[in-house]
Write a protein that binds this ligand. Structure first.
Ligand code: BES
Ligand code: MN
Ligand code: ZN
Length: 504
């Protein structure tokens, strides 16, 4: 979709729909509202009064202009009280506007960008554009007939009041637009990978996608097959993979900043890449297995995000790592009671083959520590149902071994508008992972399952500052909310970009 800026008279702008944000205190862009109302001979204000449109959050009012002004429709979107408004809420406004435009069959959809002071204008432009672009996302490649509809909206315009336009403001808004397009592109890629059925999105396919991303963004790439993983001693990753007919692929993308100055730090972004999680011999019941194509959402997020980081030319060396495999039951599956040897030498007794994610991640973490010698590790994993029990379906659980890093990460998440919450790694729960025959076992007891999974991963990070993000809930949505459609969400991409390409 094309994205552009408009800073002229909106009443002369040919657009299928013009979206305007409204606070309880009044229109976000008073001048534009007045201009539209005037051109409509006061019709808008009369309608606002008649329909008791108060700008309450979620309230909308739409009006067909019947050719009295160039925009065919005007949509007022309530934003609630100004004091409760966060920049990230502009995504919701963008999404509302885009969805209303699409259902009105608009070729051009326009959203009015509210005026804001200084640097925040860039972020506002970004969020508004992101919301609109991401709300337009669809995964319809498998639909046929009636339900396969061509895309109607061809262009998104951001309108600014002519009085507020000067050179520096325009530059800021343009930067915001560009960042939004990059993020929306990456989030859409992650969503596509997650939404693709597991029968298609196999470990090999994931590696092909990573190759394409590497080519497009000028990244180094290494793809390891089972032989190479064996040489490195990835006993846990390979054990998970051994029950499947599909070969595993260990994907490693590297971005190095150009130029002579050395990278300021080295960061590993590790994503869980289980392309289908049946549970293995500890087989999941059918209902729990139904959605398990999403178990590679962490991998999708890191593969998509590193492309944006490269395009932005961030000053850090970044490694995106994804140990991709299926978790399947078969005559070759790893078994309960098996003792595995991990890449860092620790041995692990298996008491549940459905706790496979931590095994694949453990070896990926060791790889990041030993082979990439990174300064910081972030892992993203649809790791535990327990995390969803704790925090609900929209919030990621964040654990780590370095409080200041966790706090910086959470600050980025807040700015990016992704819901994350700090969970503890209580040392007292480590006993649950004790084994009589090995250094540890792979699962603890029922209560605190997200935390014991975190404690398991902690065994592999050593002294490297590390943040673990359990995205079991927010990786996919069971219904559409705002700019997030049903299905894969691309959760994580925005915060990764915010953290490593911050403007604050
Ligand atoms: N992939 C699942 C976790 C999951 C659950 C992701 C729901 C998304 C939605 C993970 O591999 C798993 O099976 N975890 C087990 C751990 C248990 C065996 C200790 C779980 O949460 O039940
Ligand atoms: Mn599992
Ligand atoms: Zn899993």
């Amino acid at each position: 979709m094309k994205v552009s800026l408009h800073s002229g008279d909106v009443t002369k702008l040919s657009t299928g729909l013009l979206g305007l944000l409204c606070f309880e205190e009044g229109m976000a862009e008073g001048a534009i509202y007045q201009a539209v109302d005037k051109a409509l001979d006061g019709l808008l204000a009369r309608l606002v009064a008649e329909e008791q449109f108060k700008g309450k959050k979620g309230q909308t009012l739409s009006l067909h202009t019947h050719g009295r002004i160039a925009p065919s429709r005007v949509l007022l979107v309530g934003a609630g009280a100004r004091k409760d408004f966060a920049a990230a809420d502009l995504r919701g406004f963008g999404a509302r506007t885009m969805k209303a435009g699409a259902s009105a069959q608009a070729k051009v959809v326009t959203a009015v960008l509210p005026y804001s002071e200084g640097a925040s204008q860039e972020r506002h432009a970004q969020f508004l554009t992101e919301g609109a672009l991401l709300a337009a996302y669809r995964f319809d490649k498998y639909l046929t007939g009636e339900r396969k509809k061509p895309e109607v909206v061809e262009e998104l315009k951001l309108a600014m009041s002519p009085d507020n336009v000067d050179g520096s403001r325009l530059d800021a808004v343009k930067r915001g637009l560009q960042r939004a397009e990059q993020i929306a592109h990456a989030v859409s890629l992650a969503r596509d990978l997650i939404n693709e059925p597991a029968g298609e999105m196999t470990p090999k396919k994931m590696a092909e996608v990573a190759q394409r991303v590497a080519k497009q963004h000028g990244l180094e790439i290494k793809v390891l097959g089972p032989k190479e993983c064996e040489k490195l001693g990835m006993g846990m990753f390979l054990a998970v993979a051994q029950g499947s007919e599909e070969e595993p692929r260990f994907i490693h993308l590297t971005y190095r900043p150009k130029g002579k100055t050395p990278a300021k730090k080295k960061v590993a972004l590790i994503g869980k890449g289980v392309t289908f999680d049946s549970g293995g011999l500890s087989l999941k019941p059918s209902s729990a297995m139904e959605d398990m194509k999403v178990d590679m959402s962490g991998a999708a997020a890191v593969i998509a995000a590193i492309g944006v980081l490269a395009d932005l030319g961030v000053p850090y060396e970044v490694h995106a790592i994804a140990a991709c495999t299926e978790n399947m039951p078969s005559g070759k599956s790893y078994k309960l009671g098996d003792v595995l040897k991990s890449m860092n030498g620790k041995t692990v007794e298996i008491n549940n083959t459905d706790a496979e994610g931590r095994l694949t991640l453990g070896d990926a973490i060791t790889y990041a520590v030993q082979e990439c010698r990174v300064d910081e590790i972030f892992d993203f994993a649809t790791l535990t149902g327990a995390c969803m029990v704790a925090l609900g379906p929209h919030t990621a659980g964040v654990m780590g071994n370095d409080l200041s890093l966790v706090e910086r990460w959470l600050a980025s998440a807040r700015l990016a508008g992704e819901e994350m919450w700090h969970l503890p790694l209580p040392p007292g729960l480590r006993d649950q992972l004790k084994s009589d025959v090995a250094d540890m076992r792979n699962t603890g007891e029922r209560w605190g399952g997200a935390l014991t999974a975190g404690l398991f991963l902690k065994e592999f990070v050593g002294d490297t500052p590390w943040v673990h993000v359990d995205i079991a809930g927010p990786a996919s949505a069971d219904k559409e909310i705002g700019h997030t459609p049903k299905g894969g969400t691309g959760f994580g991409v925005s915060t990764i970009v915010e953290y490593l390409a911050s403007r604050e």
